[in-house]
Design a protein around this ligand. Structure first.
Ligand code: COA
Length: 432
């Protein structure tokens, strides 16, 4: 990794492409005035309100921890506010088998409405991918609000999230009864315990959270205090008194019938099976509540099996969530554990010429991979986006082949399927 990823220079190729349009593509750096202008541009890009002084101070925290890039148009009416933004940071990403792979997380991709559709987002994204390569990072990741944009840069969806709506009047608890305790605690107490619990809970598809993330999730930023006073929090302590999980939730307005409050789960994080069961039970047994809705959950939640009536748990939607982009095929494929042994020659196409090539993937009985460049005839031909989708074990190579995103004979497709797909689907429980 580069000694200080924040000072990796702005990508020269993107800077040159944007300079041709009279635009300056530059690191935001440590100047607070530039950081605040960047935050204003991000808020505007995502249709948020103008941040006040307090919000700007709070947003400087991420400016200090991330590598932020702005694009400035000196001819604009407000030339100090960038017309495009992106930021990034290297982070561990949990992969199948329990190890971490370093990933380049990309966030706040925005282009001002006055400047869109002239290739500025392309300059930002390609610049990030080349910066990640320059940093020696083998993979880029992002969560997307607009899912149609990122495939062209080699990203593929790699985790999926479900929105669950549980009818609590039907959902009688038949799951385990753990011996620990669920305790009502302050949101500050949850924030203080969250990082430790989250790190133990992190499964494939997960990246570590940070304190500012919990300040935002739990409504602890001073600038958002008035919007979040209704957030409640509970913690699960095991028999020895160790915190093992927590949930934050909000009881919403019941309307005319006071017995029918909807509950929105803001987060439920469990480092043990006991914590998971105890926290769900707590939420589903809240009185005066008829429905519990949770977002960004796994597509295979055990809670479905913990209630008497499985139809009480409705999956309202399943959407792609984390998108991945392999930048170094051998390091990514060797980084994870595979489900079965086998050998396949993969021909990987990459239209940005960052990671493509022909590789022999050899997996031993323990699931460990060795990946070498080869000129043998390929068993499978696929784009880097499809391979990135399969990396975390959540995408089906059989479905990718049926969709024409992976080519090869049926036996080779099934072999990759058996090797790649994991029994527990990868999951990332939040946006970044
Ligand atoms: C989405 C956004 C960043 C695109 O910026 P942009 O500078 O207009 O994009 P570009 O001109 O570089 O276009 C890049 C490519 O994406 C396509 N594209 C851009 N926006 C798109 C959209 N909303 N839907 C589908 N395709 C889109 C373009 O057609 C172009 O394709 P091509 O290179 O194959 O011709 C910008 O519209 C924006 O800031 N939107 C609001 C914030 C947002 O949605 N951010 C994305 C968060 S995931």
């Amino acid at each position: 990794m580069h000694a200080d990823f924040r000072s990796l220079p702005a990508d020269p190729a993107s800077a040159a492409a944007l300079a041709d349009q009279g635009l300056r593509y530059e690191l935001v750096g440590d100047d607070e005035g530039r950081q605040d202008a960047f935050s204003q541009a991000v808020a505007r890009g995502f249709h948020g309100g103008a941040p006040d002084e307090q919000a700007l101070v709070e947003m400087r925290e991420s400016s200090r921890e991330r590598r932020a890039i702005g694009v400035w148009d000196d001819s604009a009416a407000e030339p100090l506010i960038p017309i495009a933004t992106v930021d990034s940071w290297p982070t561990p990403l949990r992969v199948p088998g329990g190890r971490d792979l370093e990933a380049w997380a990309i966030s706040v991709v925005t282009v001002a409405p006055t400047h869109r559709r002239r290739g500025i987002a392309r300059g930002l994204l390609e610049g990030e991918l080349r910066a990640a390569v320059a940093n020696g990072t083998p993979l880029a990741i992002l969560t997307v609000s607009e899912s149609t944009i990122y495939g062209r840069y080699g990203f593929g969806p790699a985790t999926w999230s479900a929105e669950l709506a549980i009818d609590t009047k039907r959902a009688r608890w038949v799951g385990p009864t753990p011996a620990g305790r669920v305790q009502l605690v302050s949101r500050e107490a949850i924030r203080d315990a969250a990082l430790g619990i989250e790190e133990r809970a992190r499964a494939a598809g997960g990246i570590p959270t940070w304190r500012g993330h919990w300040d935002r999730q739990l409504g602890l930023r001073r600038s958002e205090a008035s919007k979040s006073a209704d957030i409640r929090a509970v913690r699960y302590d095991d028999e020895a008194g160790e915190p093992r999980g927590f949930a934050a939730y909000r009881v919403k307005d019941a309307g005319a019938d006071f017995t029918r409050h909807p509950v929105e789960v803001i987060d439920l994080v469990a480092a043990t099976a006991d914590a998971y069961a105890a926290l769900w039970r707590y939420l589903l047994e809240l009185d005066l509540v008829h429905e519990v809705v949770a977002h960004q959950r796994s597509v295979d939640e055990p809670v479905t099996w913990m209630v008497s009536d499985a139809r009480a748990v409705r999956t309202r939607s399943v959407t792609d969530h984390l998108w991945a982009r392999i930048l170094d095929v051998p390091r990514c494929l060797e980084g994870r554990t595979w489900q079965r042994s086998g050998r396949l020659v993969l021909d990987v196409a990459d239209n940005l010429d960052l990671a493509g090539g022909r590789f022999a993937l050899e997996v031993d009985e323990a699931g460990a991979a060795r990946v070498t460049a080869t000129d043998e005839a390929p068993d499978l031909t696929l784009g880097v986006a499809a391979l990135s989708s399969a990396l975390l074990g959540g995408a089906s190579p059989i479905a990718l082949a049926a969709a024409g995103r992976l080519e090869g004979d049926a036996a080779a497709v099934e072999r990759l399927h058996g090797m790649a797909v994991t029994p527990v689907p990868p999951c990332l429980g939040f946006w970044f």
